[in-house]
Design a protein around this ligand. Sequence first.
Ligand SMILES: [Zn+2]
Length: 71
Amino acid sequence: MKRTVVRCASGGLYSTIWVPMVSLKAVRLGGSRWQRCPVHGKWETARPVDPGQLTAEQRRAAEAITDIGIP
Ligand SMILES: [Zn+2]
């Protein structure tokens, strides 16, 4: 399952399944989404981060934190 690294409104990095058609768990707001942040445990907006802008360590940490399991 492809996951996309996103950054929440509070600056936390995590990965989520970013499939436009699968939006039951999140409300889409233009390029960002309103969903539950697994880093801070609250609802926040999140938007995709270009993986090229992250260090390998940041990317690895973000990929270790996911919001939901396999749907
Ligand atoms: Zn957060």
